[in-house]
Design a protein around this ligand. Sequence first.
Ligand code: GRF
Length: 195
Amino acid sequence: MLVSGAGSNLAALLAATADPTYGATVVAVGSDRDGIAALEHARAADAPTFVCRTADYADRAAWDEALTEVVGAFEPDLVVLAGFMKLNGPAFLSRFGGRCVNTHPALSPSFPGMHGPREALAYGVKVSGCTLFLVDAGVDTGPIIAQAAVEVLDDDDEASLHERIKAVERVLLVDSVGRMARQGWSVNGRKVTIP
Ligand code: GRF
C-alpha cells in the first residue's frame, strides 16, 4: 500500500486484515515522504514500511524505477494507493498495471486531480462521492471498480465534505479490496467486474 498523508484508508484496511476471513494482508506500506501519520499506523500494526522520496533520485524516471523495485521486492498481488500524492510512472505501471488501485474523493469522471472536494463545491454539485479505480497513465482516469455517492450539504466547506466522503471511501475501499482478493476481478475495456 502506498500513502502520503493521514492514512485513514490504510488504518481501515489494516483493521480489516486482522480478520483472517478478509482474504488479504498488507505486505508493506510505502510512502514518498517521512513523518506522516500513515507510516505510524503501519508501524503500530507491525507492517513493514519504506520511504522512497523523489528528491533522492536524479529524476522522475529514476524514482519511478526505484519505487517499482522496492514495491516489487514485497511481491504484492495488488497495490493499493490511498492518498498517495505522486503520479506513478511507466516503469511502475508496466509492472503493476491492472493490479494497482487508487481511491479518489469525487465521482469520476468529474473533478480529477488533487482538489476533488474543493472543485465539487465550487461547481455547486448536490451529490459528490468517491471512486475506486484501476490506475492507468492518466490522472484519476482508469477503469472504475466502485463508486459511492455523498450528498453535498448547503453549509459544507471543503473540510466537512471531504471528511464525509472519506468516511464512505474507507468502507468502499475495504469492501472492494476484500472482494477483489477473495474473488478476483476482470476488465473488459473500461468495465471492471468483481464476480
Ligand atoms: C482520500 O480522500 C483520498 O481519496 C485522497 O486523499 C485522502 C487520503 O486520506 N486522495 P487518508 O490519508 O487515507 O486519510
